[in-house]
Design a protein around this ligand. Structure first.
Ligand code: GLN
Ligand code: ZN
Length: 771
């Protein structure tokens, strides 16, 4: 495919670009503007103005690149933007009187069930994780009536804005094949049958863009790093054959994994450029170059767009220089994927230890790395020698630091054997011994850990963090909260209590703050969905636990009641999967180190007399690799890590684990081999269907299927809960069934929690009488 026009002034040079920029803003300006609009305190114009200002700033930041991305900014989600661009809006969300933006938020967020009687009510689009990231997109919906139509105004507007800053704009959009693939169908519509219609819209779009002086478009086709059926592979060929449009060049971007068997397919597509993620697909660089026979441009993602570490620029140049000589102006460089997944600017961090900070790079620093590499390639290394030397010293400092290589931690890690993850007796034996002590009724009732995080709680935590109150005052405030939770649970007559997690801002950061080998940034926010951001703690070094992290809080809670209070921990796999993780050793190694640290906590809790210990593994499933062929490898070390963490206890100690938003069909054997005495899972929205696989597998241990959805303010009735449990009873032996909500209650209010749990307990009482 000949490139239609080479827009570079200086030929035979490497070109720089970016696949996407974080949209939330350095200070989370977008989050606050969205929430102000949603709660009515600011008008729509204010939000629009903030969006525009953010885009301007982001383009200015990227102006040193040869191409700047446009269309990567979004008020909620770029896949939902694509659905609007392509005219694919669920009919239930189309309401008269809505502005386009309101219609957009209606699909993104739905309208509260409280409005169900009025015409405003509608369900939100489904939200799903974007590949193996923690970003969630709104799933495109296809029905038998789906018809596409082009609505390019919003995108064109942004293109115009961007062109005023830099004429070399490159719109970024999900490719048609991936767009269909990641959507869901209602009715009997076969997704691929929609392709011809969809391609027509893309053709119209490309033509329109060309008319607006756009020379390149980036079409993201990340499904090319997954296992595809023949039909989908063929869809790629036919799509790109017809998409070719005069006066505009197409760059197909792939990322997050290896192309493997799809490499020849990508190489053969009739487009002008392809992008390869060299962080995941380093071994595929040469095969891809060799497979391309038609002079396509090759864009290499040379800087990791998913982590917060500096790249080893000298090492990259070593392998990149020969490629640059070979490809000349056919080489582009960029981050491996969109920078959506990293925080904006490291220079905002005031409190990180300076050595650690010198090892890191956020989005702006990563783009600067691209700049340094390009300059080295285009003008010779000498022109950026200082920058390369500085980079080298940072890389060396990290490599040689005893914080990343702590012999004591390495010794503890080396003690891991399969026996360490093995309970002393089988479940049936343990069940008897535990029952002899706990003496729980049938259908024991419990909650998942957190109780409402009130304004008072947050205030006390913040004041303590800022040093405005001393530990004694803080401790007293937390004790008051714990006592309140215990009192409520006593009144509710729950069987197994929790302390309520008031002292935890977040189930991972809480442990990150206390473990050696972890750092916490001040502003390292990353968008999770819509206005929601997470601040993953940074696992930079060898992990150890200087002192117990949770024991005193649980002991205090237990001192207030005779009912068992669960010790509450986050498991190693979840801590790992929700952190930024070091890239200088396999993830499995960091996970095993975490496992030994949390294991020590488990054993300390047991020593303190805690009878029941819950180890949450909410993020276990989402760590699964994109390709199924790699699942076993992950599950082996992930499940092993959990076993090492949990299973060193005596038979009498009851281990619980909790998993939300999970499907278990394809991982049930791994789940069973964790051997937790009780697993609590989110099931209410699936109407207990998730339990079927536990039945088929003859899952031997106990299960607490969630009986109500904690995401919604709705209060379940006793009858609803009984109905769900009647279903559960048909699948799981009654002596193995617990009753609990779907997940923790921290986002709810007490006025919702109390009646919901009252109904849950009365359902349990009813079931005990009638079973
Ligand atoms: N124990 C945690 C809580 O209740 C679990 C949260 C989760 O699974 N996401 O908040
Ligand atoms: Zn949960």
């Amino acid at each position: 495919m000949p490139v239609i026009h080479v827009i570079q002034e200086n030929k035979l040079m490497v070109t720089t670009h970016n696949l996407g920029f974080p949209r939330i803003g350095v200070k989370r300006e977008l989050k606050f503007a969205l929430e102000a609009y949603w709660n009515g305190s600011e008008p729509q114009e204010a939000l629009i103005k903030t969006g525009k200002a953010l885009r301007q700033t982001h383009w200015q930041h990227q102006n040193h690149l040869n191409h700047i991305p446009v269309g990567d900014f979004s008020f909620y989600d770029h896949i939902l933007d694509a659905s609007f661009l392509l005219g694919n809006i669920p009919t239930r969300s189309v309401k008269q009187n809505d502005t386009i933006l309101d219609q957009y938020f209606r699909v993104a967020r739905g309208r509260s069930v409280n409005d169900i009687t009025d015409d405003n009510h509608s369900f939100a689009g489904e939200m799903t994780k974007w590949f193996d990231t923690n970003y969630h997109y709104i799933v495109p919906e296809f029905t038998n009536d789906t018809k596409f139509s082009l609505n390019p105004e919003h995108l064109l507007q942004q293109i115009k804005e961007a062109q005023q800053i830099n004429p070399h704009v490159k719109p970024v959009l999900i490719g048609p094949v991936s767009y269909l693939y990641i959507g869901k169908t209602y009715g009997n519509r076969d997704k691929i049958s929609l392709l011809p219609q969809l391609i027509e819209i893309y053709q119209q779009l490309l033509k329109t863009l060309a008319e607006h002086d756009v020379q390149w478009i980036q079409l993201d086709e990340p499904i090319l790093v997954t296992e595809l059926s023949e039909a989908w592979k063929n869809a790629f060929v036919s799509t790109y054959q017809v998409l070719n449009t005069p006066n505009i060049n197409i760059l197909i971007a792939t990322y997050f994994g290896q192309l493997k068997e799809n490499l020849p397919l990508l190489a053969s597509l009739s487009v002008q450029a392809v992008h390869l993620d060299t962080i995941n697909g380093f071994d595929e660089i040469n095969p891809l170059i060799n497979a391309i026979t038609d002079n396509k441009i090759i864009s290499l993602g040379v800087i990791n767009g998913r982590n917060i570490w500096k790249s080893d620029l000298n090492a990259i140049l070593q392998w990149l220089e020969p490629i640059s000589l070979q490809l000349g102006d056919r080489l582009w460089i960029a981050p491996s994927c969109s920078l959506l997944h990293v925080p904006v600017d490291l220079n905002n961090e005031q409190k990180l230890d300076s050595e650690l900070q010198s090892w890191m790079a956020f989005a702006l620093q990563k783009l600067e790395e691209i700049n340094i590499l390009a300059t080295a390639l285009n003008q010779g290394k000498a022109s950026v020698q200082q920058a390369l030397d500085d980079n080298q010293s940072a890389i060396n400092s990290r490599k040689n630091s005893d914080r990343t290589h702590n012999p004591a931690v390495r010794h503890v890690r080396s003690l891991i054997t399969p026996e360490l993850g093995q309970r002393k007796s089988n479940y049936a034996e343990r069940f008897k011994k535990q029952q002899a002590i706990l003496n729980l009724p049938h259908f024991p009732t419990t909650t998942i850990g957190s109780f409402p995080q009130t304004a008072d709680i947050r205030k006390a935590r913040n004041q303590f963090k800022k040093g405005l109150i001393d530990f004694k005052t803080y401790e007293a405030a937390m004790h008051k909260e714990i006592a309140f939770c215990i009192e409520q649970q006593t009144k509710l007559e729950l069987d197994v209590f929790v302390h309520g997690e008031a002292e935890r801002n977040d189930m991972v950061e809480y442990f990150g703050e206390q473990l050696n080998g972890y750092a916490i940034s001040q502003h390292g926010w990353v968008q999770s969905y819509g206005s929601r951001c997470v601040k993953p703690p940074i696992l930079y070094g060898d992990i150890s636990r200087p002192i117990p992290m949770t024991v005193e809080w649980i002991k205090y809670a237990q001192s207030l009641t005779n009912k068992p209070v669960k010790g509450m921990l986050t498991g190693p796999v979840t801590i790992l999967n929700w952190s930024f993780v070091r890239d200088d050793q396999p993830r499995s190694e960091s996970c095993y180190q975490l496992a030994m640290a949390i294991r020590a906590e488990v054993l300390d809790l047991e020593k303190a007399g805690v009878q029941i210990i819950q180890i949450d593994e909410a993020a276990l499933r989402e760590g699964l690799p994109l390709r199924r062929s790699q699942w076993n490898e992950y599950l082996n070390w992930a499940i092993d890590s959990f076993r090492v963490t949990a299973n060193g206890v005596q038979d009498e100690t009851q281990i619980h684990t909790h998993m939300c938003y999970s499907e278990f069909n394809d991982i049930i054997a791994a789940i069973a081999s964790m051997d937790a005495d009780v697993i609590t899972i989110e099931t209410s929205r699936s109407n207990m269907e998730l339990l079927e696989v536990f039945e088929q597998f003859k899952y031997p241990n106990s299960i607490g299927p969630g009986v109500y959805d904690i995401h919604s303010p709705n209060i379940p009735s006793t009858e609803q809960i009984i109905q769900l449990m009647d279903k559960a009873k048909q699948l799981i032996p009654v002596q193995h069934l617990w009753i609990n909500p779907d997940c923790g209650l921290k986002t709810r209010q007490w006025k919702e929690v109390i009646p919901a749990l009252e109904h849950m307990v009365s359902a349990a009482k009813h079931l005990r009488k009638n079973t």
